[in-house]
Design a protein around this ligand. Sequence first.
Ligand code: F6P
Length: 363
Amino acid sequence: MAKAATKTFGILTSGGDCPGLNAAIRGVAKAAYGIYGMKAMGIMNGYKGLIDGNVKPLKPEDVSGILTKGGTILGTSREKPFKVEKGADASIVEKRLEAIRNTYNKYNLDCVVVLGGNGTHNTAALLKKEGFNIIGLPKTIDNDIYGTDITFGFHSAVDIATEAIDRLHSTAHSHNRVMVIEVMGHTAGWLALYSGVAGGGDVIILPEIPYDINSIAKHLKARAKGGKPFSIVVVAEGAISIEESGMSRKDLKKKREAGKFPTKGYEIAREIEESTGMDVRVSVLGYQQRGGAPSPYDRVIATQFGTAAAELLNDGDYGKMVARFNDKITALPLEEVAGRLKMVPSDHILIKDARDVGTCLGD
Ligand code: F6P
């Protein structure tokens, strides 16, 4: 067998946590030890640990029994090494890069494997440009990472959100109410779309399709007239109205901050009350979508991504993100992923399917 390009690698988890992170850590580490005889070093709390040198050996016993564990045994953060905070001097970035170099050298890291979302991969692409060996695994409940059909964490969040939606049907029906459930997804609406269809949502509102409250009201009133004065409205936290879609990001941010509603779900609930006179209640699912044990599907995809990363380590094929594309496990250069998002396209088959079963998409 050709000499492994990687003897020792670091591994870190970055950004929002999700079910499946530990399954992915396990996949990388077990394959790296078992097949390639590599040494793994756990880097604590995302890129912060890489800067601070907060590193500890990741031994086989550390990754045993973690396949079904939620969260991440390595901790995480949203540290951005290339960000120059307001009032900080630009030299702060070079100082952080120097610190990262020291960590690579101190622990003889041939490469660092990062498990994260869009922000994590943007940083990974910049570190690659600075000459660091790095490999990415796509993680997020939002499923909005470019270049991969799926991210681990997404299916578990769909399961959690769908179970919550299922429970809301009975209370909506008993009280003849409109129940608005807000799910995560501040930019892309994959989670709202999949859980909305799976949970039989009557209305599904995505950030990609600015909503017209009059269309929503018409749909809800028609349901009531047809003998169903109860409905489920699934809203992505990043949903915007038609009026808001014409605003600049800055103005939208100002409006949100000045707004009297804690989140979009409450704002839409008030708009529905005012335009239909119906009784409306709100349920914001929040961080439950990121907690607990990974679904079996996420355990599988996380394991597949992990073992694929171990192979890239062995081949010295650095600077890539592992992905599943057209049902194949593959890898693409980090610079192709960075700065891009995978939004729900307006012609996505699931949008057509939702409309075909009479779901209102807010337009
Ligand atoms: O990116 C995943 C995500 O869960 C989003 O869906 C959500 O808006 C965001 O993270 C919450 O970020 P934080 O965990 O920093 O509050």
